[in-house]
Design a binder for this molecule. Sequence first.
Ligand code: FES
Ligand SMILES: [Fe+2]
Length: 352
Amino acid sequence: MPVMSYVRNAWYVAGWSQDLAAEKPFAITVLGERIVIWRTAAGNLHALEDRCVHRLAPLSLGRCEGERLRCMYHGLLFDPDGKVAEIPGQELIPARAQVRRYPVADRHSWLWVWMGDPALADQGLIPAAVGLDHPDYILGHGQLDYAAEARLINDNLLDFSHLTFVHAESFGAGPQFAATPGRITPIERGIRYERWTENSMGSSSRRSEVPMDSFMSYDFVIPGILLMTGGVFPLGTAKACDYGQPDYSKAVSGVTFTSQAVTPMEGKTARYFFSWGPHRNHGDEAQRDLLMGIAAKAFAEDKTMIEAQQRVIDDTPNPQVMPTAHDRGVTLFNRLVEKLAREEQREQSEAA
Ligand code: FES
Ligand SMILES: [Fe+2]
């Protein structure tokens, strides 16, 4: 298996916005880097390297003072740009008294941190997730920690043929799921997956009384964000729209949205964030809870499989994969990641 790196010039999900209370610094490791994120009383978000320049205590144990953060070991005070503003009992502040600053944004109910060159942090690159406060959707949410590399979770989300097997019980996807691959198209910074199932009674999350055409589609974009929607349409819709994107106002039922994010943490660990729920016209809080119940079961199924897969990979000298027809999405996405990561490394070595 090729050693694959991750793209640094990207927004990674670091947490749920609602979980970050004002003046309560929060620690997370992303791509092996310890980061402290805090929200000031005035509502501003800041993120710094979570390591004091003095004796390396975590700043996440620190105290918020206005826009600044004080290390609560020996009291060094940090500006939000990472520079030390005060050293108790010492006039001179050395020029190197500075920690790294990370651009951070609060968008679509997630806290996003930019892991690359701060000068390139463009908020326009934040994927269009659907936030918990979106007026059209009734969403539940959650997160799961993985003892596995993020890329294995990305691979899982890029190949839905596993639904037939891993999720036979939870999502109730029939054998046709693995028998016919969906349509995969490259898009800006990712891939699009589209799949029509014609003349079907649906699956556990989209059950129908009469045969219908059901559609699902997702974008999977850098660094590991899945944005998926779908719905149930009258028979004949698939053909009528030439197996492309349907007009969602014509959906009969089952329109839902799920936003998911995979964040590489330290070593071979990752955090998986997700929300899911029905469109207001197609469900209510009870439907949301039903979907979240299905998701809890399904995501536990993925976790069991992927963590076991990680252990086998770790035990295997020179592990090699053998892609199948279903791996087109996996291959396209991983190639894109490798290409962008290579470009970043080249630019970095040119700059050095
Ligand atoms: S370790 Fe932070 S002030 Fe000493
Ligand atoms: Fe899955």
